[in-house]
Design a protein around this ligand. Structure first.
Ligand code: GLU
Ligand code: ZN
Length: 330
């Protein structure tokens, strides 16, 4: 893998992009800490972007609690919903008009088409087994529908989603994984930019925000890697520069299950209530990341000089033993 040298003329801009759909847990803290360290060690600026694009799952109070948890850990940002900044607003729910405008642009390019497939129809389609995060591969059922067919479906009361038509192989250099090549179909095929109920897709919002907020370094969990070609495809259609990507390994529990919301005892607020210090968490994660030889109580700022991509593991990292007890001992 070629080492990535940041161009000193182009300041690094990274982002912390939480979805306010729950409380932050140890797994989120891990990827946000690595993102923060990558950006800070390159002397870059950090944007906090609130990704509340999913109206059913997003809650305002989660957004506030996420900001509190990040600050408690010692992770700061330079632009965000609370601080403002040159690319405000930084909350996706306040950018819906912008997304609609980009969808118009893509439609003008002849890249979109209405899809009348129901959820049930889509569920029965062949799925790519290892890409749970992408969902079933869309076989292009509605791509060739003519005006008459569309009208027939509208007359049945079906409301369409709007899909992006793409194809081919996407290639990108990941700072951790080196060259990644993925086919359009391996990523799930043509995907919705807008759901039938009008809700804009995560893929579109993220790509448009990365473009509009001049993000040039994206550090995020490896679970999103299969979505990256979709975002790169969108950026290229929009003639936007493609950021550098680093997909950091997931944290797994002893049973190999990725740390997520269901591990409630590993939520940051639960750990805080149990008396665990933020420095203990940062040191523990720093040790898992290969940045510290042992568990120690440190601030994120104290880890900046230790950060190097070459030290960060590429494979999923298993969290062993009673984490809470370990953290209390640090
Ligand atoms: N908001 C997404 C999440 O919480 C992250 C999106 C991204 O980093 O691109 O999973
Ligand atoms: Zn369809």
């Amino acid at each position: 893998m070629s080492p990535f040298i940041f161009d000193p003329e182009t300041p690094v801009r990274g982002r912390l992009a939480p979805s306010p759909t729950g409380h932050l847990h140890l797994g989120n803290a891990w990827s946000f800490l690595l993102c923060w360290l990558a950006v800070r060690s390159a002397g870059g600026r950090l944007v906090l972007r609130m990704e509340d694009i999913d109206p059913e799952r997003s809650r305002r109070h989660f957004a506030e609690e996420i900001m509190r948890d990040l600050s408690w850990l010692g992770l700061d940002w330079d632009e965000g919903p609370d601080l403002g900044g040159p690319y405000a607003p930084y909350t996706q729910g306040e950018r819906l008009e912008r997304y609609a405008q980009v969808i118009e642009t893509l439609t003008g390019l002849g890249r979109t088409y209405p899809c009348y497939c129901t959820r049930k129809e889509l569920k029965t389609m062949a799925s790519a087994p290892h890409l749970e995060d992408v969902g079933p591969v869309y076989p292009g059922t509605c791509l060739g529908l003519g005006a008459v067919d569309r009208k027939a479906r509208e007359d049945q009361g079906r409301r369409p989603s709007l899909r992006l038509h793409g194809g081919g192989e996407t290639r990108f250099d990941d700072l951790l994984h080196g060259e990644v090549r993925l086919d359009w179909e391996a990523c799930g095929g043509d995907f919705p930019l807008r759901r039938s109920d009008g809700v804009v897709a995560y893929q579109l919002a993220v790509a448009v925000d990365d473009m509009d907020q001049a993000i040039n370094l994206v550090v995020r969990g490896a679970d999103i890697l299969p979505c990256t070609p979709r975002q790169i495809f969108l950026l290229r259609l929009l003639h936007a520069p493609v950021p550098r990507y680093a997909h950091v390994p997931l944290l797994l529990d002893h049973a190999g299950v990725r740390l997520a919301k269901r591990h409630q005892s590993l939520e940051l607020r639960a750990l805080r209530e149990k008396g665990v210090s933020p420095k203990a968490i940062v040191g523990y994660l720093g040790n898992l990341a290969g940045l510290l030889p042992e568990n120690a109580a440190v601030t994120p700022a104290e880890l900046v000089s230790e950060f190097a991509w070459g030290k960060i593991p590429r494979d999923p990292v298993t969290v062993r033993g009673d984490v809470e007890a370990v953290l209390r001992l640090v």
